[in-house]
Design a binder for this molecule. Sequence first.
Ligand code: AKG
Length: 380
Amino acid sequence: MTLVDTRDPSFDTYCDEGVERAMALGNRGPISFTDDGDLHPDIVEAYGRCGFYVFEGVVADEELQELRVGIDAALERAPYPDRHSAVDRHGRPALGLDWALSPWTMAAPLSDPVGGTSANNGRHHIKMHEPEAPSDAPAHVPLLVGSGLRLSDAFLRVFGHPGLLRVAEHFNGPDFTPFTEVLFVKEPGLGPSVSWHQDGQLHWDSPQWDQNIHGFNFQVQLYGSTPRNGVWVVPGTHRLGRVDIAERMRANGGSDRWPDGVPLVCGPGDCTMTNRQTLHGSFPNTSNERRITVNFGFHRRSSVLGQRGVLSGTGNLYDEEYVRERCRTIPLAIDARAQRFPDEERYEYAPTVGEEDRHRYTPENAAAILTDYNTRDLGI
Ligand SMILES: O=C(O)CCC(=O)C(=O)O
């Protein structure tokens, strides 16, 4: 396929300046803990100030390779050449069309499928710049692939990563819950954009509102993430309440390139943590570099319990039983990981201590816990 970069060259300047701003923030480095086992205070401070943190070197080469192979096998089974097809590019049945929720969110190459629409509770207020797609591109390409824990065992294992789960415990308490697990797919010269937005929807007017009430997302990068193919964020916006995105665009002369935005710059195996209140989005991938992101989020239990879903899990009542069942993915993932990496110290998930046999990673337990598990997502 021919790559056509129709962005004007000033995009390069915007990217370079964004990287400079990003590198000056002091919010990147390995996951680290104090001798008492607490998350290092410098990480807590920088995350609290910026609304995101770049954890470097979270996934080592061997695991990264397994993730790439597993995820590629799933992506090869995307509907082709458009989202209505029941077969993949090899003529095999496309993956997951018999699941309760199709995993595939596909869009026209380089388009903005949600900006200015009512999708996702109307949170993407503006339409992003849409460059012309290559003439030989398929009609639709994957942008988001849901039901992540079913796509590959390697995805399940990284979801049980002990360092990441300790970070989740720090911010959300020992009874933290999942949110959703997906891939973001940004193929070179094709990847659609994700219009600027704040993820959180439910608690903006809550008397208990604080900057962590809507949880966060981890994004593990399989090939790295650049200003040209990655997510951009506006640091500090997680503390401001709802942002008037359309007004920002007007004040910026109609451009979707915010002067205070910064890109999430990552190497392969790095993992960002982004507050779900932070204003963020990604431009269409007009670059020649691929970004594949393994994305999973966590919440405080008190943020989801008793709520009714507004994003994935829409309309569902998040009662005790619903939440407990959804949380079973965590000990299953921890055991899957422990079986693959027996020398690593496993994370102990407090809510299911004593229920190890029910969550042993066996084909039977995996089928019982993971089949259509994402119909119980906890989208707030
Ligand atoms: O990875 C991307 O391009 C978009 C991610 C995003 O918007 C999200 O996780 O809410």
